[in-house]
Write a protein of this length. Structure first.
Length: 148
């Protein structure tokens, strides 16, 4: 009975796997006595957290005091009046609908402002001081005051 092509291919594959396994076993037996030394197996972590094979430079070592290590969330410090108050310019204001946007001078972020949070009527390009509060759709300007 003649062998099919598939049967021949499977037999060749099995023979190749047996040969590869025998070669690996022979290589392991040859290298069994040639183990690496302790120095070859050592790994070090440098100041950036990268694993290297060279020991770290003792001159780059930083001493950290035990008292300086904080575990957990730091205590909340209430922001000062100066930290809460921002300045910016009104970039857009729709008087009919009663809302607009202020561009913060420092962060260049556009903040929503509603007419209810204004102390005096404003126009576009007016400089204002404001605090950032939380509105229903994100940050919004509150306590908006016109600067001269």
């Amino acid at each position: 009975m003649a062998e099919s092509w598939n049967k021949k291919e499977r037999e060749k594959k099995k023979q190749k796997e047996r040969k590869d396994k025998a070669d690996k076993m022979k290589e392991r037996k040859e290298n069994a006595g040639k183990s690496k030394g302790l120095d070859d197996m050592m790994a070090y972590v440098d100041e950036n957290g990268v694993i290297t094979s060279t020991p770290p430079d003792p001159r780059k070592r930083k001493e950290i005091k035990l008292e300086d290590i904080e575990i957990g969330v730091p205590e909340y410090a209430e922001p000062t009046e100066a930290e809460r108050t921002h300045t910016g310019k009104i970039t857009f204001f729709n008087h009919e609908k009663g809302f607009g946007f202020i561009k913060d001078q420092v962060s260049q972020e556009s903040i929503f402002v509603h007419v209810n949070n204004l102390s005096v009527p404003v126009q576009e390009n007016d400089k204002v001081s404001f605090e950032i509060g939380h509105g229903p759709k994100g940050p919004m300007a509150v306590n908006v005051k016109l600067l001269s």
